[in-house]
Design a protein around this ligand. Structure first.
Ligand code: TPP
Length: 171
């Protein structure tokens, strides 16, 4: 039994395509998003976060996995469920939380709130409240990269609801 168990472990280790550092990055990155969102949900319940609060709980693997496939200079855009993405890209969690609390120290100077996080330095272009609105914007950003021959791409995240939007099909 012990030998069989040992073999399975050895096999899994041999077949792993990713380094230990990558697994640790994913784990820490996902955990940060999960803990952040748990706190945001709590603060929303206490009415310390006003207006909207769209949590990303349960989808952390999508953002963590995606960002690890990006290279320097790549861009990123998403819909309104946008707290986890800047965290995954390395934005200071304090600036994201400050944004939720409508503070001037927020990543969008406290003027955007839950749905409108932006971090140009990290190549993060929002945070968009209109379902599917980020799709043509993402296509435009990607076109600019192509036009300027940068070799960079734009990763565009969306919910399945966005696929019913004309903007998606036109983009
Ligand atoms: C153009 C437009 N129509 C309707 C809404 C209202 N609305 C907000 S969230 C949502 C559902 C979107 O579902 P999906 O894109 O799958 O994202 P999820 O919330 O499931 O992550 C709708 C219809 C909106 N924000 N924009």
């Amino acid at each position: 039994m012990a030998a069989a168990k040992g073999n399975t472990k050895a096999k899994a280790k041999k077949e792993s395509k990713f380094s230990k550092e990558t697994y640790m990055f994913w784990y820490e990155n996902m955990l940060l998003q999960r803990r952040f969102e748990e706190k945001a949900g709590q603060l929303y319940g206490q009415q310390k976060i006003r207006g909207f609060c769209h949590l990303y709980i349960g989808q952390e693997a999508c953002s963590s996995g995606s960002v690890s496939a990006l290279k320097e200079g790549d861009k990123y855009i998403t819909a309104y469920r946008d707290h986890g993405h800047p965290l995954a890209l390395g934005t200071d969690p304090k600036a994201v939380m400050a944004e939720l609390m409508a503070k001037a120290t927020g990543i969008s100077k406290g003027k955007g709130g839950s749905m409108h996080m932006f971090d140009r330095e990290k190549g993060f272009f929002g945070g968009h409240g209109i379902v599917g609105g980020q799709v043509p914007l993402g296509a435009g950003i990607a076109f600019a990269e192509k036009y300027n021959k940068t070799g960079n791409l734009c990763m565009c995240m969306m919910g399945d609801g966005a696929v019913r939007q004309g903007a998606f099909h036109e983009a």
